[in-house]
Design a protein around this ligand. Structure first.
Ligand code: OS5
Length: 230
């Protein structure tokens, strides 16, 4: 099976590339795509660059040009839920765009006509992740991830996103990738390890914990790949 693994930043895929070892590279549409085999599967791996637009391009290319049959996102996030401390894992049950606002036309925040506020992740990938978490005795919180083209470093904005979307974590790419996968009917899974808590200290914490948290997420994603098709 051809599996796409993507991150947004180079730091989010570096630990994956270090583990898989032998790969070939193809440059296309502003990204480098790394191809290899791992755990009996063909993988295509890339980082998109930051935000909804770049991540949508990369996910689309992975599906249309590289024929990915499942897409796994690995990276870091700002924590909202009190359950989530720096380094903890969160997997998205559903994702939304917190920066979409056409409320002037009577729509709820996050809603685009002919779309939906929430896009649900693939249930069988969530089930595999839960089994891997139990096998490894690792805690992975299942919850809502809110995406927007903003690095959130404000207690007020974070509280608004929590209250409006019941979000547990926030980041800048998950919902756009979810939207692409939903439209192409490709099962997807978004995993994030917490790098900061999206408040006044977020910038400093993010710089401190990006690499260590990215590694936590990458390790879990590769263990999931080993269990796909069990
Ligand atoms: O990809 C962006 C979203 N990521 C998740 C995340 C997050 N999102 C929103 N709010 C938060 N509080 C979040 N915490 C974690 C992380 C990433 C955030 S944007 C980070 C930008 C950091 C940066 N800017 N310039 N550089 C690094 C240097 C550079 C120079 C050249 C090429 C690449 C990087």
């Amino acid at each position: 099976m051809k599996i796409a693994i993507m991150g947004a930043m180079r730091e989010e895929i570096d630990p994956i590339l270090e583990t898989v070892g032998n790969y070939t590279t193809i440059e296309h549409a502003g990204n480098v795509f790394y191809e290899c085999t791992y755990g009996g599967h063909e993988l295509v791996i890339a980082y998109s660059k930051i935000g909804k637009v770049f991540s949508a391009i990369t996910a689309s290319v992975m599906i249309e040009r590289f024929h990915a049959e499942k897409l796994l996102f690995s990276g870091v996030a700002g924590g909202i839920s009190k359950d989530l401390k720096i380094g903890d894992l969160v997997m998205a049950s559903a994702l939304c765009q917190h920066d979409v606002d056409i409320t002037a036309f009577g729509h709820p925040f996050g809603f685009i006509p002919e779309g939906s506020v929430m896009i649900e992740a693939d249930k069988s990938l969530l089930a595999i992740a839960s089994k891997v978490a139990a096998d490894l005795s690792v805690k992975v919180k299942e919850g809502i991830i809110a995406t927007g083209d903003q690095f959130v470093a404000s207690a007020e904005r974070k509280a608004w996103i929590e209250a409006t979307f019941k979000a547990d974590a926030l980041e800048m790419e998950g919902a756009s990738v979810a939207c692409v996968c939903h439209n192409f009917n490709v099962p997807f899974f978004v995993l994030r390890a917490i790098s900061d808590t999206a408040d006044g200290d977020a910038g400093m914490d993010f710089d401190t914990f990006l690499k260590s948290s990215a590694k936590v997420s990458a390790k879990f994603i590769l263990t999931m790949v080993e269990h796909l098709g069990d």
